[in-house]
Design a protein around this ligand. Sequence first.
Ligand SMILES: Cc1cc2nc3c(=O)[nH]c(=O)nc-3n(C[C@H](O)[C@H](O)[C@H](O)COP(=O)(O)O)c2cc1C
Length: 376
Amino acid sequence: MAKKRQKFHTKLCDVLGIEYPIIQAGMGGFSDPPLVIAVSEAGGLGTLGAAVYTADGLDVAIREIRKGTKKPFAIDILLPDSLDDMAGVDKAKLREYIAPEYLEYEKELRKKFGVPTDYHTQRKVDMWTMEGTKRMLQVCLDNKVPVIAAGLGRLGWVMPECKKRGIKTIGIGANVKMALKHVEDQCDVIVAQGYDAGGHTGNIGTMSVVPQIADAVKPIPVAAAGGIADGRGLAAALALGAEGVWCGSMFLLTPEATFTEGQKDRVIAATERDAVITKGLSGKTMRQLRTAITRAWDQGPLPPLGWPLHLILMEDVIDWCYEHKDQKYYDEMIVTPCSQATRLLNRRRTSKQIIDDMIKEAIAVIEGFPKKVQFA
Ligand SMILES: Cc1cc2nc3c(=O)[nH]c(=O)nc-3n(C[C@H](O)[C@H](O)[C@H](O)COP(=O)(O)O)c2cc1C
């Protein structure tokens, strides 16, 4: 007879229809169908990071996820405010907004890193523009995906369509002001994301931001994020007023994540000081392992451009490194977002092992309190 799984249930589980209050965060380029399926099957909520998809590619990916699991999953879409200003502008046109000194500097970087002047990435991404983003959202609506998460920005204008279809929504806030915008938009779950997080992040620490957002958005359930990578983090998140966690970095070392073995080795070897904040990749504050590319911007002659122009400027250099990941030199330059909890990310495990370990450890922490603290 199959062993009964340990129960660990909060309000977040009811809202999202999941077994454990663990959401695998959207990670564009790193959380594709295999990870989403593995996490959802293990009782959490798997999330596809749609940032590097086209609308057609997203449609195929959603079908693949549905073949792999009958359980709920989420699609994470980026909706930065700056896209509003770009309505009607296509990607080729966007390049024309880039000032000549930036194009010159990019040429210098190509030379420095050995990227041929005539190399241009063939990767197609729809999320650079408002039109492309709307196409992606339409795919989510047409497929009636169980959950949509707004990785950046707000879901307000698409919310009526989500509600009509019974699609649950997650908004991400790195401060109370942003969290309250998600309340106004009627999101079902709010992620309180702290500075410790990997990827795009805010500037308030997880320990400070989670209880403040939890207080401000009550009774909407909050998932805590940023540097949470084991059961102690899950127990702490509940103590801070959250109903669960939204974890990205924790899943990067799994066989299901779209992460090279070289990237995994780098994360395992990293110290808590190696995951730095940089605008050198996307033009927005982002935490990732330090590389020659981040240094070229953080210590370079020009301030990074905004989103999405900086990404468009750098995409050839970034993709060249990725396409040559079998060479150690380029492998070390691949964009490797990662949280400050680096020393907790110290071994390869499956998503199921990670979730089972996290639940077991959180229970031990919570049950251990009467022994740890004397109340009388
Ligand atoms: C590799 C990686 C890629 C990420 N890409 C995205 C993304 O495309 N969209 C998004 O909303 N957040 C992205 N993030 C942020 C995560 O959604 C999440 O907020 C963060 O991972 C939580 O902190 P943690 O890494 O400490 O668990 C990324 C994070 C990582 C580590």
